[in-house]
Structures are given as structure tokens and as C-alpha cells.
Design a protein around this ligand. Structure first.
Ligand SMILES: NC(=O)C1=CN([C@@H]2O[C@H](COP(=O)(O)OP(=O)(O)OC[C@H]3O[C@@H](n4cnc5c(N)ncnc54)[C@H](O)[C@@H]3O)[C@@H](O)[C@H]2O)[C@H](O)CC1
Ligand SMILES: [K+]
Length: 493
């Protein structure tokens, strides 16, 4: 599903109003959806609705009215005692027949649930004054919180808090999620996220043309390279993983992952004296020894090896740089990870100028900074800028991995479990990406699909996961995807 910035959300809002659905109706639908989500989650209890000066506050008055209509004891506290001035919010504030008190921390004493309708998409600066004081007080209490659209204080576009921000147990948002709902720290502050349809037709997206999406098989399933009966292994590509001299496990993990995700053939190019180690450990995966850059180049020159992988266990230094630049010179599809990125820390431009659009970089935050430097922009922006600057697909890994293409398209992955934070999982992801690219998937969709499959496999295993488990878990994930795509004859409705 698309991710909309608050500005794009306002465009969706306006486009819907142009189609004849009034802002007042949208606000009614939004507030009603929040009230219904609250009643589904919590038993009736005294509730405080904290209303801000804008339309987020307007939603709050609708929530108050619906909860009261269902017998809830409702207090409304207006920030700085101000009634909203915006017409839609003023309309709904006037429909609230109960008392409106100036919002104060003391009102929390009689509440067992807080509805945070202070600020949402219109937050323009860090919370200050009464608002900041109130949110600080809430954070120090154990009162359950339901946030309207966004926890107050969060920048909807970036998921970052410019100052103090509320923490919610449940956030109810409208039409489409914002980047703040999928990027940390925002995602962590939202609690559970409920997405409500408030009557905005999806057609409005045609004019907005969103460029950011939450990762899901829906995005790339139609591009997934399922084998066909008339095909054979050469149709399914050939991944070449350049092995390191000492950390031989990394390349083996990548190679196994590439094979498990369906690459027709996989070869590890091994430094000759480490060749026995690789050869002894791999059966279906071929191992070709090389002695120097010349013999490695001979291996590269076999164009049937349509995707090259450098980085897992490569070691940081001039030899890795030489291998990377040699691989880039072939124009072949390339996945660069870990040491292949770090090796260019002192001379990033020599890598950036050699990259092409059939390359994928898979840095974690530290490797990203070594190559692209630091700036205080949010993760989505940084990944996009890096992809544009490098001309390659950039997979900026983390609990909220961002996959960005040079044309600005970006996908945020949200199914990664905490268990993935263990050594070697990055090597597996690199192999999954390469394996899908070898079968013809575009670098961008291969990176999106591999990231999702990687996380789904980890989730299936759960606690105790080690990276060695991951390649063997991939078939189960593929089986489910295969079924969901209706390939097994089942109709998925
Ligand atoms: N777009 C939709 O489809 C719908 C959105 N709804 C709700 O509307 C809000 C966005 O409302 P908006 O009036 O634009 O902004 P806020 O209510 O978030 O902010 C109010 C107002 O406050 C001022 N302000 C901004 N930052 C601060 C600050 N740090 N301190 C003090 N004051 C601040 C600024 O002037 C803002 O305009 C959206 O979140 C939804 O909840 C519709 O109700 C439903 C459909
Ligand atoms: K809010």
C-alpha cells in the first residue's frame, strides 16, 4: 500500500472534497472510526479527549461525541482552552454538547484512557508550552493512549520527533499510512496501527502518484520468477559469489540463499588455498578456485554468470576494491554488501562513479555512512538520495529497511522481526537478492521481494534463529507465496 506524506494526505482530502464528499463528512468518518477502534479495544471507562487547535482536534470532538453516545464518561480538554477555528473542526466542536475544559495535566487524574487529538498531519514545529508539558506528563503516567492519526509531536513525513512526542498503545490513521507509521522511531511510538477507510476513493492516488510504499507481496508478486515447465536451469540464471580468504561462512550463506530462492546455478569463486574449505562444505553449489585478479577476471568473463556478488567475508582493502571494480567493468548485474562497501570508505567516489543501474548496494547504517556520509535527514530521504547519487538500488537495512531506486521509488519493509539481528543474516539477504536477479527480476523488485522473504523466514523460525537456519526456511515462504499467487490451482479470491 502507498505511504502518503501529510501534504499528499491533504491532497487526497481535497480531491475527495472536490468529488463531493465534504470535509465535515470526512472528519465525521475519521472520528467515528477512532471511536469504534477504541470500543473494540478497551472496555468502557472514563476517557479524556485532548483536542488541539486544528483538524486533528476536530477529529477529537467527533470521537468524544461517539463515545458519549455509547455511554462512555467523556471529558474534553482543549489545548490552551481554544476552540478550533478551522471550519470543519469548529463545526464538530459545536456538535459536542458536553463541557470543554482548558486542557491541564490534572484532567488526567480522572481518566483511564487518553485520546490524543492534539496534533496530527499539521505539526509544523516541536511541541512547546502547554502541549509539551501535557505530553511529558502523559509519558510519565501509565494511562493507555489512543492517538488520532499520529502520536502528537511526530513528524508524519519522517517518523521523527522534533521535540517531545506522545507514545500510543493504538494509533488510528486514515486512508493510507504515512512514513511515520513505518519508520522508527515513529513506528515504535504508534503502538498498534489501525488504518480506517473514511470514504476517500483510491482513485485519488492517480493524481498524487505516490512514490513510497509499504513492502508487501502485492507490490512484486506479479514479477516473481516462478519456474516454468518448459524452462531449464540455464533460464534461471547463474549467481557467482566471490568468496573471502578466511571468513568462508559468509559467501557460503549467500550462495545457499541464492540457490534456495531459485537461481538455476550458483558458483563460489574461492581463493585457491581456501578452496578445500568451500569445496568440502558445498555440494550442489560449484566452487571454482582463483589465484589472483587475472584468474578471477577469467571467471567473471563467463557471461552466463549473470549476477555477481562481492562483499560477504571479502575483507576490507585494495584486493576487494579491485574485485569490485573488475566486476563493475563487466557491466553484469552486481550485488555489493559489507566489505565491498566499506573498502571504498576512503574513496567513495571511485565506487559511486563506477556503479550502474543493475547494481544493488545493501549497507547497514554504518556501511551507509562510510560510503555516503552522514546528514540528519530521515531514513527514507537518505536512501533515496543515495540511490539517486549512486545510480544503484540502495537497500538501507534495519528494522525498517528502506529499498530505494534511483528514480525515487522507495519501499519500506515492516515485517522484520527482532530475531534478524544476528550475524550472517545480511549475507543471506545478499544471496536472496542475487538469486532473484539471476532469474530476471529487476534489481529493485528483487531487493523488495528478498527483503520480505528474508524477514518472513525469520519470523517463521522465531527465537533462537541463527543465520544458518535462514536458507532452509526459504522454501516454506516460497510455498506460501506460490499458493497465494494461485499457482497451485487454489483460487485466492
Ligand atoms: N487529510 C485527511 O484526509 C483528513 C485529516 N483529518 C485530520 O486533520 C489532521 C490535520 O489537520 P491540520 O489542521 O492540518 O493540522 P493539525 O490538526 O495536526 O495541527 C493543528 C494546527 O496546529 C498548529 N501547529 C502545528 N504545530 C504546532 C505546534 N508544535 N505547536 C502549536 N501549534 C502547532 C498548526 O497551525 C496546525 O494547523 C490530520 O492529522 C487528521 O487527524 C481529518 O479530520 C480527517 C481526514
Ligand atoms: K494526534
Amino acid at each position: 500500500m502507498a505511504l502518503l506524506t501529510p501534504a499528499e494526505m491533504a491532497q487526497a482530502d481535497a480531491a475527495t472534497v472536490e468529488r463531493g464528499v465534504s470535509g465535515i463528512e470526512l472528519m465525521e468518518a475519521a472520528g467515528r472510526a477512532v471511536a469504534q477502534a477504541i470500543m473494540r479495544r478497551w472496555p468502557r471507562r472514563p476517557v479524556l479527549v485532548a483536542c488541539g487547535p486544528g483538524n486533528n482536534g476536530g477529529d477529537g470532538y467527533v470521537v468524544a461525541r461517539h463515545l458519549a453516545a455509547h455511554g462512555w464518561s467523556v471529558m474534553v480538554g482543549a489545548l490552551s482552552g481554544a476552540r478550533p477555528s478551522a471550519p470543519d473542526a469548529a463545526h464538530h466542536a459545536a456538535l459536542w454538547e458536553g463541557v470543554v475544559q482548558p486542557l491541564s495535566v490534572g484532567l488526567l487524574d480522572d481518566a483511564e484512557l487518553l485520546v490524543d487529538a492534539l496534533f496530527g498531519g499539521g505539526l509544523g514545529r516541536p511541541l512547546a508550552g502547554d502541549a509539551a508539558e501535557f505530553i511529558e506528563a502523559v509519558r510519565h503516567r501509565r494511562i493507555p493512549v489512543c492517538a488520532v492519526d499520529l502520536p502528537s509531536g511526530l513528524d508524519g513525513s519522517t517518523g521523527r520527533a522534533q521535540g517531545v512526542a506522545a507514545r500510543a498503545d493504538l494509533t488510528v490513521t486514515f486512508f493510507r499510512k504515512k512514513p511515520a507509521h513505518v519508520l522508527f522511531p515513529g513506528r515504535g511510538l504508534c503502538g498498534d496501527i489501525a488504518l480506517a477507510d473514511i470514504g476517500i476513493p483510491s482513485e485519488v492516488l492517480d493524481t498524487i502518484a505516490p512514490a513510497a510504499f509499504e513492502n508487501s507481496p502485492v507490490l512484486w508478486q506479479r514479477h516473481f520468477p516462478w519456474p516454468s515447465l518448459e524452462g531449464h536451469k540455464y533460464h534461471r540464471g547463474h549467481v557467482l559469489v566471490v568468496g573471502g580468504q578466511t571468513m568462508t561462512g559468509a559467501a557460503r550463506l549467500s550462495a545457499r540463499a541464492a540457490a534456495r530462492v531459485g537461481a538455476g546455478l550458483v558458483t563460489v569463486a574461492a581463493p585457491v588455498f581456501a578452496w578445500p574449505v568451500y569445496a568440502a562444505a558445498l555440494e550442489g553449489i560449484m566452487v571454482t578456485p582463483f589465484t589472483d585478479m587475472g584468474s578471477l577476471h577469467d571467471i567473471f568473463s563467463d557471461s552466463r554468470k549473470n549476477v555477481l556478488v562481492i562483499g560477504p567475508g571479502a575483507g576490507v582493502g585494495g584486493q576487494t576494491r579491485e574485485q569490485v571494480l573488475g566486476a563493475l567493468a563487466t557491466g553484469r548485474r552486481l550485488v555489493l554488501d559489507a566489505d565491498a562497501i566499506t573498502s571504498f570508505a576512503a574513496q567513495p567516489q571511485s565506487l559511486l562513479s563506477a556503479l550502474h543501474h543493475e547494481c544493488v548496494l545493501t549497507p547497514h547504517e554504518g556501511e551507509f555512512v562510510r560510503l555516503f556520509g552522514t546528514d540528519d535527514a530521515d531514513k527514507l530521504t537518505r536512501a533515496r538520495e543515495a540511490a539517486q547519487r549512486s545510480g544503484a538500488v540502495v537497500v538501507l537495512k534495519g528494522a525498517d529497511t528502506v529499498i530505494a531506486a534511483p528514480d525515487g521509488q522507495a519501499v519500506v519493509n515492516t515485517n522484520a522481526p527482532a530475531f534478524l539481528a544476528t550475524g550472517g543474516t545480511g549475507d543471506v539477504l545478499t544471496g536472496l537478492i542475487a538469486g532473484l536477479m539471476a532469474q530476471g527480476m529487476s534489481p529493485f523488485w528483487a531487493a523488495c521481494a528478498a527483503t520480505w522473504v528474508h524477514a518472513e523466514a525469520a519470523t517463521r523460525f522465531g527465537p533462537g534463529l541463527v543465520s544458518d537456519d535462514l536458507p532452509g526456511l526459504v522454501p516454506g515462504v516460497l510455498r506460501a507465496l506460490y499458493g497465494d499467487a494461485g499457482h497451485d490451482g487454489r483460487h485466492t479470491g
